[in-house]
Structures are given as C-alpha cells and as structure tokens.
Design a binder for this molecule. Structure first.
Ligand SMILES: [Zn+2]
Length: 439
C-alpha cells in the first residue's frame, strides 16, 4: 500500500482514566495527521509539523472538523442473531427457545451463513466497529462463512463455533467429541491466519454437558493463544438451571472454573448475579467480565454493578459490548450511552472520556490486543473511526452550546449518536465505509 494520510481532530487513549486520571489518560491533536502505510500508522502528530516532511502529492482524507479515533471494539456479539434482534417479550431461556434457536438452525446452510456474515460485517463497519468477539452457531460452516468474510475484509476478528450438546433442538446439537474435533479443525484453519483469532465457545453451562466443558478446557490447554467466550450469570432462572445441572459445584462460576475455563483470555458475558467468592475467582484468574447494557435491559436480566467490579479486594477486568441480538444496537456509541443509564440507576457514573476509553483501548486490553489496536500510535494498526458530533439536527442543535469542549462533545456523541455519526471507518488503512456527509 502506498503512503496516505488522514487529517482530523485526533483523540487517542494512553491509559484508563479511572487509574491515570482524565488529563493523563489521553492525547488530543486539534489539527492532527495520521500517516498510513501498509495498513499501519507510520506517523502521528500535528498536521503543521508533519506536512512539510511529506510528499506534495500525498493523498489526504480531510476530516478537519471531525474526531478521528481508533476503531471501536465490541467484545461480545452474535453474528447469527442479526434477524433475532428486536424479538418481543421474553426473558433469557424463553427468548433463546422462541427466537434464537429458531434462527440459528438456518446456519446449517453455508449460503445463509455467508449472507449473514456479509451483512453483519458491513453493519459493524457502518457503526465504526472494526474488531469484535463473535459467536457463530453450532455449525462449523457458520464459522467458515464468518472467517471467510472477515478475512476478505482484513478485519481483526475473534470468533468461534458454539459448543452445545444438550438443552436445544436436535438441529443445534453437537457432541463433546464432534464439538472438540470441529473446534480443533477450525483452530488449525483460522487461528492466526491474517487477522483472525479463534475463541472456544461453549454457549453456557445450561447447554453443555460436563464432558463438553471438559473438552473445551482441553482445547484451551492445547492452544494457549485462543480465547474462551461464554455467558455467565446473566439471568436468575439461568443460574438456577445451572445449579440443578451441576449440583456438585457450589456456584455457576465454580462450574467453569472446575473445567479450566477461567483465565486472562476468557470472556464471560454479563456477570450480573455473582457472589463475592465468584468475583474473587474471576479476579484472581484474570478473567474478563463483559458488560452488555442494552441486552441486560432488553432481556430484563439485571444491572451490571461496575462499582463492585472495581472492589479492591477482587477487582475484575471488564469490557463493554453490544450482545446483539439480545442487545438492541450495533452501535458502541449507543451502548456507551445505555451503560451510562444502567450505572445511573445504581448511583454510579460513566464519564465520557471513560466511556470512549472503554470502547477503544479498554476493550483492546480486555482482549489482550492492545499491542495491535485500540489506540492511535506509530506502529499500530490503522483501524479508525471518524465521528461527526453534528450528524443529526438534534446533535447539531445541542452542539451549539458545547463547542470547544471535548468531554461534552463526547457525551453528545454517546447520548445522541449512532451509525449516523460515523463519517468513515478504516480497516488496516483502507476506508471500507463512508457515511453520508451531514456537515
Ligand atoms: Zn450473548
């Protein structure tokens, strides 16, 4: 790829504002320039300082009024549920049976998977999301379809085949052995190919037998570089079901722990109804608790307690995600805005700089991918989102009163913004989405 540049108001995080303080957490260039080469950021700095040293005919994408940030990262989403989103009237176990399990059976057809993967990835890009941790279905062909599409777009993606050997329609069941064999083959084919990563993906303890969870643990033991993603303590009826299915284990977390599924590459969706002992095990193992606010409210699961997740006795690594199709928006802006409301209901807060750290560098750290993505830095991968805080009449109207204040602008974006605020999305230096020009 030849040299090119992106000019705009650059915002990038160095550290967690909660730890480092807001002032030390980020860098901001009011008229900045990113020089891109071979999919990476070659240089970053003030445009006035960099331009004299660059070729006169250097192609520059000029977004001088807009914010340019590292692409958003969504660490929990189901590509198989793009036609389940917005399904009415049920809590978790009924919602799965009535809606998710119905749609997921269609992924036995590779052509269906290919069509859904193309839609899903394009929708991510329209929303500024460049990396996600993705649940496919139980069908190996659904994973093939996803990785083929992701690899073709050169997106850095984590995905895996669901492991389910009970508690679902026959068309959605594998066995401990077939799930292990198919996962092994998919890891061999896709882990580390281009920008693709594999996640061993037992749906949750309700739909996997002890033998299957043991096989999942074996896969993790054999492939240190892969991830583990699953659901944990989302809904009270779910936790009761796990208690009935695994009476020999004291808690839900203890089930996963017993089979060796905890660790720094392990992503546990939801983590709402946990006791202190469970929090201690998750904390000590370095596991990640993934907060999915729109899903938790939509399915009526409960409120994620971030203050407790920061308890100094057993602090949890956390991430912020959409969980489409339980979640109701692909937008990480909307997700941050809804996280703010979930925390408000508990007397907690989510400052705008914290929220934008969370959906960029924070999520990159949670996925152990911050050496590649999550920040604008020389040598980092050029996955970018360009944001327009004037994207709608209501946003432009509100912005009349906050010009020049970065934190307030970010708060307008996370409260009123969505895909309409995404002016462009770049993947490895290539602009793969161009939004409507609104200002
Ligand atoms: Zn989920």
């Amino acid at each position: 790829m030849s040299l090119k540049a992106v000019r705009g108001r650059l915002l990038s995080f160095r550290d967690d504002p909660y730890v480092a303080g807001e002032a030390e957490s980020h860098d901001y260039w009011a008229d900045g320039l990113l020089v891109l080469e071979d999919g990476k950021i070659k240089q970053i700095g003030e445009a006035a300082a960099l331009l004299p040293g660059l070729p006169q005919d250097l192609p520059i994408d000029d977004y001088r009024e807009h914010l340019v940030m590292a692409g958003f990262i969504d660490p929990h989403i189901h590509y198989s549920q793009s036609q389940v989103i917005a399904s009415y009237g049920a809590q978790l176990l009924d919602w799965l049976e009535n809606y998710a399990f119905v749609e997921e059976q269609k992924f036995a057809d590779p052509a269906h998977g290919a069509r859904m993967a193309a839609f899903f990835l394009d929708e991510c890009l329209r929303n500024g999301t460049t990396t996600a941790a993705v649940y496919c279905t139980v069908h190996a062909v659904s994973v093939e379809a996803f990785f083929e599409a992701s690899h073709a777009r050169n997106m850095r993606m984590i995905a895996g085949k669901l492991l389910m050997d009970r508690g679902a329609p026959a068309g959605l069941l594998d066995s401990a052995q077939s799930g292990y064999d198919q996962s092994s083959a998919l890891i061999a084919a896709w882990q580390g190919r281009g920008r693709q990563h594999y996640a061993v993906t037992p749906r949750f303890a309700v739909t996997s037998s002890a033998a299957q969870l043991e096989a999942a643990g074996a896969l993790l033991g054999e492939h240190r570089e892969v991830y583990l993603q699953t659901h944990l303590s989302e809904n009270e009826r779910e936790a009761e079901a796990v208690g009935r299915l695994f009476p020999e284990h004291e808690t839900y977390t203890a089930v996963y722990d017993h089979f060796g599924l905890l660790g720094p590459h392990s992503l546990f969706g939801h983590c709402i109804h946990l006791d202190d002992g469970e929090r201690a095990r998750l904390s000590h193992s370095g596991s990640v608790a993934v907060f999915c606010p729109t899903s938790n409210m939509f399915i009526g699961s409960g409120l994620f307690d971030r203050r407790r997740a920061r308890d100094e006795r057993f602090p949890l690594r956390t991430a912020l995600a959409t969980d489409v199709g339980g979640g109701t928006s692909y937008s990480m802006l909307r997700t941050a805005g809804e996280a703010y409301k979930v925390l408000q209901l508990q007397g907690q807060n989510l400052a705008p700089l914290q929220a934008f750290y969370d959906i960029t560098l924070g999520n990159a750290r949670a996925l152990d991918l911050d050496r590649h993505i999550g920040a604008l830095k020389a040598g980092g991968e050029a996955d970018l989102v360009v944001l327009d805080a004037h994207a709608t009449p209501a946003m432009a109207h509100r912005m009349e009163t906050v010009e020049g204040d970065l934190a307030q602008e970010l708060f307008v974006l996370m409260t009123l913004g969505d895909d309409r605020a995404v002016r462009a999305t770049y993947v490895a230096g290539e602009r793969l989405h161009k939004g409507a020009q609104t200002s």
